[in-house]
Write a protein that binds this ligand. Structure first.
Ligand code: T68
Length: 799
């Protein structure tokens, strides 16, 4: 028998599915119907669904092996994958089979689904984008592998104590993870520290990387790709049996604990360099394991290094995996004995880099001393790359010493540090921003010097989101209505078809059903008042995103309610969701103040039925999928020129929320596509904001001249909201780094237009439908198609 073709197909009838569930309960879970717990039922269902995807995975792997294709490798320190069960049910076509089969075991689908813990292996947009791109790569049948780290503890669990954020560890795999395939035989070794001797680098510490993978199914196709995650394991020899026997238990495992700490925790930092050696170790651990795996896979079908760039493109998700550049040189020169020139040429044809920020403080740098101690050979390689770079700069711009200083891979003052973004730009063939405006600003500001030297290296790929997860799964009711309106569900694989919804905005009965879906989604969230606008701001907490601006507006509404009800507008529920980096005090103060305002507003009977502020703790993908369908108004109010793209803005628009926003990030493109009439624009644009920042900006002039703004800030300063938040008000009055006070009046006036628009529900619903209809561009399938055309140049392989 040819084992490769011997796979017994798994059945798709309810009886076959039930049979498989039962057999998994006995043979893999090792229990019985009588004694099965809800956890048994969950794990067994997961296995039964996973088996169906695994069969497709086997066929995909066979097709990939057969065709020896060009591979897309995505290197990312973060993947925010979201709950797996509902997605894998949908993608395996078993959504309708599961409830009855579970019923037979004595469990409801809901109680079992509640046990599906999302792997929170990312912070925010960057990590979620990685997950959406993998989904679309599989959907488009592109041979691809995502590489990442299997953190034991994901993004912390947020709780509120007296309104303050406290962080609890997220032991997401405590009960085991039924979706994961461990592959301990594919382990790699990773070196750290040591010295460079005549024979090359001699590491002083060795750690093992053990991979496991999760399946990444495509939607509406056979392809199932994988995301491979590395976990640090101590070399077995690091357990000190002698000490253990002597009763020195802590000392006996000390080395092992140190090694395994590398993949212990995701750094909960959204923007700033942690400055911590362990984080740098994580980055090198990811890079070293993944490159060796990539090389191993290359060698399965290829022999000649000259073919490597034709068969491989490696995308760096921000600078976190940039050490892959010197690491590949080291493998090629030190281990494979290639000449430097050939190695450098291979590297520069293999890597591409995505930048996700505009904040100068978010561009990673590492102390030369630390990098040289941890990775002495890599520092040498970085110096050699730098010599060639600076020679090229001097040749092109003779005498321009300042330019040489700016472009160097090494920052000299105040401390010698390696500039990872400069290294990433130098060692790649393409660099992309994540929205049109962002990419323009990268070439005109952040990377202006590099764009002058290598203009063709820079391009744009506007972000996108998975319509499967963020419309179909999150919002089944609206999805069914869309499919009915369009006459098919083809839009789930070609989101541009949503434009055909536009004429239905003129159809009163369609509008009324559209409104009904919003109402259902709100009721499901427990925010059932259909008369109130659900006004949502869901994203990481950062001063540049300006949750504080939204809060000032809430306070103003509250004060109008008390003093000037005629100006209040319409009933509103304001929903905040998001986490602050644990060390980011200013963001945590804003969280505390929001909770205090929420309590004050709730305690005042005058607000009843008119104004509510809700802030559910621990915003994550699971919660996002419940909030987004219910939202009426999407807050995208960052200071212009600061938000690289945003992706929550796209998810909300796709679900029919209308945006109030600045001309920042992808808001610009959303407005272009949904139409200026269906978007509430306010605030300074990027040039105006930059000019104001560069001038002698005095935030107090706004306080002095705007009565409502003054009243709102005074209320905070007087301690009216539980006596907290004075630091927030002082920071706005004294510094206002992100021009919150400068944009306040424009924002509040625009919110009055929102309220007026809400009063005409037919007109609002028209806007809502036109937001969905105009957002087809923001599919991650289109994003991947753009990456393919502009950077990756890989072809589909269908199993
Ligand atoms: C986000 N960045 C951008 N960073 O802020 C957002 N940073 O505009 C964009 O839409 C999104 O990326 C996708 O392109 C992040 O999410 C991080 O999470 C992060 C994590 C560690 C270190 C630095």
């Amino acid at each position: 028998m040819d084992l490769r073709n011997g796979l017994r197909p798994l059945g798709s009838t309810p009886a076959e599915f039930e049979q498989d569930l039962l057999s998994n309960l006995y043979y893999r879970r090792g229990t019985t119907v009588e004694s099965a717990s809800a956890q048994d039922a969950y794990e067994t269902l997961a296995l039964t669904v996973r088996d169906r995807l695994a069969a497709r995975r086997a066929r995909t792997a066979a097709a990939h092996y057969e065709s020896n294709p060009r591979w897309v490798y995505y290197l990312s320190a973060e993947y925010l994958l979201g709950p797996q069960l509902e997605q894998n049910l949908l993608y395996s076509g078993t959504t309708d089979l599961a409830p009855a089969a579970l019923e037979a075991l004595g469990f409801s689908a809901e109680e079992v689904a509640a046990l599906d813990v999302e792997p929170g292996l990312g912070n925010g947009g960057l990590g979620r984008l990685a997950a959406c791109l993998l989904d679309s790569l599989a959907t488009l049948d592109i041979p691809a592998v995502g590489y990442g780290i299997r953190y034991d503890l994901g993004i912390f669990k947020q709780q509120f104590e007296n309104g303050e954020q406290v962080e609890r560890p997220d032991d997401w795999a405590f009960q085991g993870d039924p979706w994961e395939f461990p592959a301990p035989d594919d382990w790699q070794t990773v070196g750290f520290y040591g010295f460079v001797g005549p024979e090359g680098w001699v590491p002083g510490e060795i750690v093992h990387g053990e991979p496991s993978h999760l399946l990444v199914p495509g939607y509406g196709t056979e392809t199932v790709n994988i995301v491979r995650l590395w976990r640090a394991r101590a070399a077995p020899a690091s357990f000190d049996l002698r000490r253990f026997s002597a009763g020195q238990y802590a000392e006996a495992v000390q080395e092992a604990v140190k090694a395994e700490n590398i993949s212990k925790v995701l750094y909960p930092d959204d923007s700033t360099d942690m400055g911590r050696e362990l984080r740098l170790k994580q980055q090198y651990f990811l890079v070293s394991c993944s490159l060796r795996d990539i090389v191993r896979r290359f060698r399965l079908r290829n022999a000649d290094w000259a073919d490597f760039p034709a068969k491989t493109v490696i995308q760096l998700n921000d600078t976190h995996p940039t050490l892959a550049i010197p690491e590949l040189i080291r493998l090629l020169v030190d281990e494979e004995k290639l000449e430097w020139e050939q190695a450098w040429s291979i590297v520069r044809q293999t890597f591409a880099y995505t930048c996700h920020t505009l904040l100068p403080e978010a561009l990673e740098t590492w102390p030369v001393e630390m990098l040289g101690r941890l990775l002495p050979r890599h520092l040498e390689i970085i110096y050699t790359i730098n010599e060639a770079l600076l020679a090229e700069v001097r040749a092109r711009f003779p005498g321009d010493l300042d330019r040489v200083r700016r472009m160097s891979l090494i920052q000299e003052e105040p401390q010698r540090r390696v500039r990872m973004a400069n290294l990433a730009v130098t060692g790649t063939f393409k660099v992309n921003g994540v929205a049109e405006l962002h990419s323009q600003l990268l070439t005109s500001t952040t990377f202006a010097d590099f764009a002058a030297l290598w203009p063709d290296r820079f391009t744009n790929v506007t972000n996108g989101v998975s319509p499967r997860r963020f419309v179909r799964l999150a919002n089944p009711g609206l999805s069914a209505l869309i499919s009915e309106g369009l006459g098919s569900d083809d839009w789930l694989r070609d989101l541009s078809l949503l434009s055909n919804l536009a004429p239905l905005a003129g159809d009163a009965s369609f509008r009324s059903r559209w409104r009904a879906e919003k109402r259902h989604a709100k009721a499901d969230l427990g925010l059932g008042d259909p008369g109130a606008v659900l006004d949502v701001m869901i994203k990481r907490f950062h001063e540049y995103k300006r949750q504080q601006l939204k809060l000032l507006h809430v306070i103003t509404l509250y004060q109008r309610l008390r003093n000037d009800p005629a100006r209040f507008g319409v009933p509103r529920t304001v929903l905040f969701g998001g986490k602050a980096a644990p060390a980011y005090d200013a963001a945590k103060s804003i969280i505390r103040l929001i909770n205090a305002v929420s309590a004050t507003v709730a305690a005042d009977p005058r607000t009843s039925g008119l104004l509510r502020v809700v802030f559910p703790a621990n915003y994550n993908v699971t919660l996002a999928e419940r909030i987004i369908p219910a939202a009426d108004l999407s807050e995208q109010i960052s200071m212009a020129g600061k938000e690289a793209s945003g992706t929550g803005n796209m998810k909300l628009a796709l679900n029919g929320a209308v945006t109030i926003g600045t001309l920042d990030g992808a808001n610009v493109e959303i407005r272009d596509r949904v139409g200026a009439d269906n978007f509430f624009l306010f605030g300074l644009d990027t040039p105006a904001a930059a000019a104001l920042r560069a001038s002698d900006y005095r935030p107090r002039t706004h306080y002095d001249s705007d009565e409502e703004l003054r009243a709102a800030l005074d209320a905070i300063l007087s301690g009216e909201f539980g006596g907290v938040g004075q630091d927030v008000a002082h920071s706005l009055l004294d510094r206002d780094e992100y021009l919150t006070l400068a944009d306040y009046r424009s924002y509040v006036d625009k919110q009055d237009e929102v309220a007026a628009a809400w009063q005409n529900q037919e007109q609002w619903t028209r806007m809502s439908i036109l937001n969905t209809a105009g957002s087809g561009f923001f599919s991650a399938d289109r994003t991947v198609a753009d990456y393919l055309a502009r950077i990756w140049r890989a072809e589909p392989v269908r199993p």
